[in-house]
Design a protein around this ligand. Sequence first.
Ligand SMILES: [Zn+2]
Length: 506
Amino acid sequence: MSGTNRPRVLVAGMQYEVNSFTAGTGTLEIFRKRRLAEGDEVFATSHGDEVAGARKVAARRGVDLVPIFLTFGGAGPLLDDEVYHYCRDRILAGVRREAGRIDGIYLPLHGAMAAKTYPDAEGDLVTRIREIVGPKVPIVATFDMHANFTDEMARGLDGAVGFKTCPHVDYPETGEAGMEILCKAMAGEAKPRLIHRKVRMMTSAEGHDTNTGPMTEVIALLREVEMTPGVLSATVIAPQPWMDVPELGWSVLVVADGHASVAEGQRQADRVGRHVWGMRERFRSNRISLEEAFDAVAASSADQKPFVLSDASDAPSAGSFGDSTVVLKHLLARPPLAGPLLLTLTDPAATDACHKAGVGAALSLTIGAAFQPIYYEPVTVEARVIGLYDGPYMSELPPMNLDAGRRAVIEIQGFIRVLLSEKPVITLDLKGYEASGLYPREAKTVIVKSAGQFRGFYTPFAHRIVELETPGPVDSILPRLPFRNITRPLWPFDPDLAEPWEGAGP
Ligand SMILES: [Zn+2]
């Protein structure tokens, strides 16, 4: 226990979403350019996130927080072990330093981190923290909805709470909920017991939107479960599907209050598990061909705009590099459409060529497939440079400065406007386009490289939203991806699987 009357809670975390199918290896640079904060920097870099929510509750309940370490690396390839070791060892050093003087631990995690020899990095982290502090110090973690929750995480944690929104707009609320459980545990007001039910299903990210479709029902059910006496919180984890790890699959988490509530908590977790299993077919994506999508654009009247077309298979928010030329190649092969049509493409060499040529220059450029030639092919275009940009810009989701490096806007065939950037960057909201002089609301067609989270931003003004049938490392037709490490049976890889877990009954 701490020396003063005020309880002390250690805060530490690492946040990364691995994509096992993208090229390369994740380095510490991925974190350095987004967020890698130690000590007081953890709070200084916290805006509208889980930590901000946790701080609010701590202030209200008279709890002192001890910030140790926090990273955010977005989404990207499998990490080198050294990167994970660096983050983990910073956190463990802080835990060792504070052990004996802290009353609880809050871990703002993402839950989808993996390194070369660590398919479950967070499980390893939690286990090692638990070894240092022993069984009596309560540990509560918060998670992204797209985590992959494991039994090892469950063994080390007293409580776990995940987002209930997608697009994720409840970062602070989730931090508040996690910290509230931790504070109750420290004050003796509750005895959190974490129950984990694994469900043998995987779904593509298109179906995770909590504003429309099947996920709205799932969230309503969780709210109902949370009204049950003895239940402190209920979460559904629908993993991002590009993580090739042994325990891949949906999870239901229920935090029960005390030993006497464990049986009821398990019953509720199983109830939610059976419910989502019964809905599984409804989570399939509903993609249409490029021909069909652009025929619809061509046939539309001038005031029917914008068409918002998602090229989810190349989504940087899921770990792709944003260098697909599939849509561009299709456009170049068909008669020109009414414009403007907005498209993003990561290509450092082409961006550099545009900056050297200057605004107004006309040039022949070979663009695309700069990072992922195994999925895409470059195309050569006659382009005119219409804008040059540099420097980071504030994004709405995630709520932070994003750095795409230098950017250039080129015009092709009079109607295509390609936003070139040196680095891949998350494109869920409109900010990347707007920071580059392109305005989706006024466009005829906007290509968005996101599976579902873009909907929260585009639905209010889109004439029509269409999911494109395109290839790439974040394909949503999961059996097409080269999974090697997942545990079978798992739906939809085993489409005839009868039970959501062994012994559940059909
Ligand atoms: Zn997510």
